[in-house]
Design a protein around this ligand. Structure first.
Ligand SMILES: Nc1ncnc2c1ncn2[C@@H]1O[C@H](COP(=O)(O)OP(=O)(O)O)[C@@H](O)[C@H]1O
Ligand SMILES: [Mg+2]
Length: 382
């Protein structure tokens, strides 16, 4: 075997290593999305270490991966392979133990488990954990060294360096996200004030009318029903006012907070003024242009509105996902459902959702059946 030990690396090798690592450093500082940074890192690692395949995975808390970036696999292969890997087998073991793994042939390893049929055949394997202190944040791994002899000690050292950069990128992104959340919290108190101003007047009248009704109950009971009817009217007004304030809230901070935080905020607000349970789940590092973020936000608003107003849904779930080169948003409700053939035709809301999606180069699909709820899904390219 002719694997050069680290000390007598040729000058070209050293230059290449320096170049690749500095590319990774720059990617981290260039404010790219985490995903883009990961892509730069994975690509550089594959090239530099002469691996046919490379991948980087950040686990989510559902047993799958929140981010999974690959190099060496075409878009078509990727689609054929199907869903992201689960956190099991060797990847699962690495996530648990946080130890590097260097194998001459991964197929001989007892932890090697099922892989989908379209998955490329892997042999030589090198994986290192991406860590922050004792926490294992993810893993980066290479497979199928092009030169014979498999991965070397030096390859492992270099990959560890790339893993450190991935850790920085990820920590950065999380801090950024946290920062946005803090901004959102400050924003919330502003919003609370606005809402208060919008409905305080109504609530004040309501209180006076209720008090009058109480006073009349003893003296002039015949007038009580009229007062109570007024109480009801004012309460309904206040509620309507409150809802419209929330619905008309321009997503003014979309550019500042980003789509994920804005949707979360919107869903939270609505959950407070409607009886339905609204939930939101979103991926890290969505990477959309501002224009497309606005498109998705508007579509979400309309879909939720429909679910609340027409479907009488008990549960409305939003899910924002990054799926390869696309971002998808689904709005699922458990309401009455409807017949698309008749309702979809002239509804302005449905039409405008579709138009918006198409203008953004994407598509909108609706699945609905009477009695079985509705799923609105919009997909736009990144
Ligand atoms: N999530 C939903 N659940 C049940 N019915 C719906 C849903 N979304 C839309 N619809 C039906 O489709 C029709 C058209 O919706 P839309 O185009 O948004 O217009 P609008 O909301 O102004 O009625 C609604 O009136 C309603 O009957
Ligand atoms: Mg509508």
């Amino acid at each position: 075997m002719t694997n050069a030990p680290v000390d007598d690396l040729g000058r070209d090798d050293r230059d290449a290593a320096l170049h690749a690592v500095s590319g990774a450093v720059l990617a981290v500082t260039r404010h790219l999305s985490v995903r883009e940074v990961f892509q730069v890192i994975v690509r550089a690692a594959a090239r530099l270490l002469d691996a046919r395949y490379a991948a980087l995975g950040i686990p989510d808390d559902q047993g799958s991966f929140a981010e999974f970036v690959v190099e060496g696999i075409t878009e078509e292969q990727w689609r054929a392979i199907g869903p992201l890997p689960r956190q099991h087998g060797l990847l699962g073991a690495m996530l648990r133990d946080g130890k590097p793994e260097r194998l001459a042939d991964i197929r001989q390893d007892p932890r090697f488990v099922y892989w989908p049929r379209a998955h490329p055949v892997l042999s030589a394997f090198l994986g290192v954990p991406i860590t922050d202190g004792d926490d294992v944040l993810g893993i980066i791994f290479l497979a199928n060294k092009r030169r014979p002899g498999g991965f070397t000690e030096r390859d492992q050292e270099l990959l560890t360096l790339f893993a450190a950069h991935a850790a920085i990128a990820l920590t950065n992104a999380r801090l950024y996200e946290r920062n946005r959340e803090l901004t959102v919290m400050a924003e919330r108190s502003r919003l609370a004030r606005e809402l208060h101003d919008a409905v305080a007047q109504k609530l004040f009248s309501l209180r006076l009318t209720a008090r009058a009704a109480v006073a009349l109950a003893g003296r002039d009971p015949a007038r009580v029903p009229a007062e109570l009817a007024e109480v009801e009217r004012l309460a309904a007004d206040a509620l309507a006012e409150l809802r419209s304030v929330i619905f008309e809230l321009r997503p003014a901070d979309l550019d500042e907070d980003g789509l994920t935080a804005s949707l979360r905020k919107h869903v939270e607000m609505l959950g407070r003024v409607y009886d339905a349970r609204l939930t939101f789940r979103g991926d890290l590092g969505i990477g959309l242009t501002e224009e497309r973020e606005l498109t998705l936000f508007r579509i979400a608003q309309e879909a939720i509105h429909n679910a609340l107003r027409h479907a009488h849904a008990r549960e409305i779930a939003l899910r924002l996902r990054r799926e390869g080169p696309r971002v998808s948003l689904t709005i699922t409700d458990d309401g009455t459902g409807f017949d698309l053939a008749t309702a979809g035709r002239d509804g302005l809301g449905l039409t405008s959702m579709r138009d918006r999606a198409e203008e953004a180069g994407g598509a909108l699909t609706i699945e609905s059946r009477a009695g079985a709820g509705t799923v609105v899904k919009v997909e736009v390219p990144v």
